[in-house]
Design a protein around this ligand. Structure first.
Ligand code: MSP
Length: 511
């Protein structure tokens, strides 16, 4: 039996088209999912769209569409983005699906039956944009008297009857839970923020709305629809067949191993979600990891500034794998990052075309020319050879540890260290010069390089699946030998290698 692993992205709001921020989370989650598969895990990778709420209702109205049609249209754009980005999701959930609605209503009933929900009235400062209420102390006032949330969104005073979740009763239990599960929230800085937020006192949470209709009806009270976050968070279990936990084959994936989210929604995941689950007597997920935000040439990405980066346009211009690589290489995962066209081009040219592309091309063209296109024997290795190979073979173990901390940038740097060492090795050994003086030694050197490239390409598959597929083909690695565990078995000498062709072209700016 394979060990299993469940990973999720946030489900994206359908009130606007996908941009590079959404692409970022999905690509990062994809890399983690692919890495686990590469490492022999049975993976369930979930993504989808969050389709209810007042913002969607309004966006649909503005376009003269029904909310349902509008949601279907935008959801398809998100799904298309995932497909075009090679995001290997196992399921794409939509919160307007019947399976999800039933699941939300069941979870609600279970929590209500256990006495954790009551009917009250809510009034407070509500932000339509953020879909949440803010406390007076969190707001700032503009010179013309408007109240502004910490996110920059405007808030309005709203009063409505509402069901409440007794969040205040969970304060100590949540803190205890974090103590017992020190890995629950990452990175550490975010954990500290959430802990101090809880310690400052939790208020009960309003979890229903009467001011609009586009949502999941509260069971037994049709005047109310569920608060969009109660609805949205439930997607993680409705996709697994909740409440049919006895009969659903997918329920074995719960608790999820990782909910990957952006930093602005860490609180919803690390605080509300485990409280809802514990109130329903279900296990909380194992870990919430939140990454930072992208700005564009130093500015916040926004429609009004006109600097929104569309992921599919980037892919069209630069190719998919360079974009995937750039997003994860440029910024330490967990921190904020800034997109600039020039830094993408620099990464492409220096690290993909020069460092890795040339290494592969130089090695493989020599094997083709000087070894008859056949994989050379391992032969007699010397200290220099062993020095390089012994470092390369450590990659899987190093990556495993880094990926479990979601340190994706560290993994890329670890692989690039080996790429740089391989380039130094090839320059120093100069196999092209050995061709005449010592052909046997030349063959050993080229085989060391092929073996090192095989380790590099195997480990980079999650980041750049298409390009590494090409490279592994050129290295003579068959499709059944591409798991991390396969690296323990040497490839037999004499394999015919196909003619090499460049994997990463240099990007030249059009005049
Ligand atoms: N629907 C909620 C999530 C519910 S999950 C149960 C939501 N949707 S969203 O469409 O606003 O997507 C937010 C997520 O998109 C962020 O958490 C982050 O993963 C990603 N990003 C959106 N903009 C981003 C940047 N500028 N930079 C990086 N990631 C960003 O919130």
């Amino acid at each position: 039996m394979k060990p299993h692993y469940m990973i999720t992205t946030p489900i994206y709001y359908v009130n606007g088209a996908p941009h590079v921020g959404h692409a970022y989370t999905s690509i990062a989650a994809d890399v983690l999912a692919r890495f686990k598969r590469l490492d022999g895990y049975d993976v369930f990778f979930l993504t989808g769209t969050d389709e209810h709420g007042q913002k969607v209702e309004q966006a649909a109205q503005d376009k003269g569409e029904t909310a349902q049609n509008f949601a279907t249209m935008v959801s398809a754009q998100f799904r298309n983005m995932a497909d075009k980005l090679n995001v290997s999701y196992n399921d794409f959930i939509r919160t307007t699906e019947v399976r999800h609605i039933k699941s939300c209503q069941d979870l609600w009933k279970k929590i209500a039956d256990a006495g954790h929900i009551y009917l009250g009235a809510y009034e407070g400062w509500y932000s339509l944009r953020d879909e949440c209420y803010y406390g007076e102390d969190e707001l700032t006032t503009t010179p013309d008297g408007r109240k502004i949330a910490p996110t920059g969104a405007e808030v309005k005073w709203l009063k409505e009857p509402s069901y409440f979740f007794k969040l205040s009763a969970w304060q100590d239990k949540l803190l205890e839970f974090y103590e017992k599960h020190p890995q629950f929230i990452g990175p550490e800085s975010r954990k500290n923020e959430i802990v101090s937020f809880i310690k400052s006192g939790l208020r009960d949470l309003s979890i229903s709305r009467t001011s609009f209709k586009w949502g999941v009806p509260v069971p037994g009270d049709d005047d109310h629809v569920m608060y969009v976050w109660f609805d949205a968070l439930t997607n993680y279990i409705s996709a697994l067949g909740y409440p049919s936990i006895e009969s659903s084959d997918l329920w074995r994936f719960w608790p999820a191993d990782l909910h990957l989210v952006g930093k602005e929604i860490a609180r919803f995941h690390a605080l509300y979600w485990p409280a809802f689950l514990m109130a329903a007597d279900l296990e909380p997920p194992k870990r919430i990891y939140s990454h930072g935000w992208w700005t564009v040439e130093g500015e916040k990405m926004s429609k009004s500034v006109g600097n929104v980066i569309e992921p599919l346009k980037l892919v069209e211009e630069f190719g998919l794998d360079p974009v995937r690589f750039f997003l994860l290489r440029e910024v330490p995962f967990g921190g904020d990052g800034d997109y600039s066209r020039q830094s993408l081009i620099n990464r492409m040219n220096s690290e993909l075309a020069n460092d890795l592309g040339n290494l592969a091309q130089r090695t493989l063209s020599q094997v083709m020319r000087n070894c008859g296109g056949q994989l050379p024997e391992i032969g007699q290795r010397n200290q220099d050879d062993e020095a390089l190979l012994s470092k390369a073979i450590l990659l899987p173990a190093l990556l495993r540890e880094q990926m479990d901390r979601q340190a994706l940038h560290e993994s890329l740097e670890t692989v690039w260290k080996i790429i740089r060492a391989s380039n130094a090795y090839i320059d120093q050994q100069a196999p092209w010069a050995l061709k005449k003086t010592d052909p046997e030694r030349m063959a050993v050197v080229l085989r060391v390089l092929v073996d090192t490239l095989r380790i590099i390409a195997t480990c980079l598959q999650p980041f750049m699946p298409d390009s590494m597929d090409k490279l592994l083909n050129q290295l003579g690695v068959s499709e059944t030998e591409r798991q991390l565990a396969d690296l323990e078995v040497a490839m037999p000498a004499g394999r015919e290698l196909p003619a090499p062709s460049g994997i990463f072209p240099r990007f030249v700016e059009a005049e």
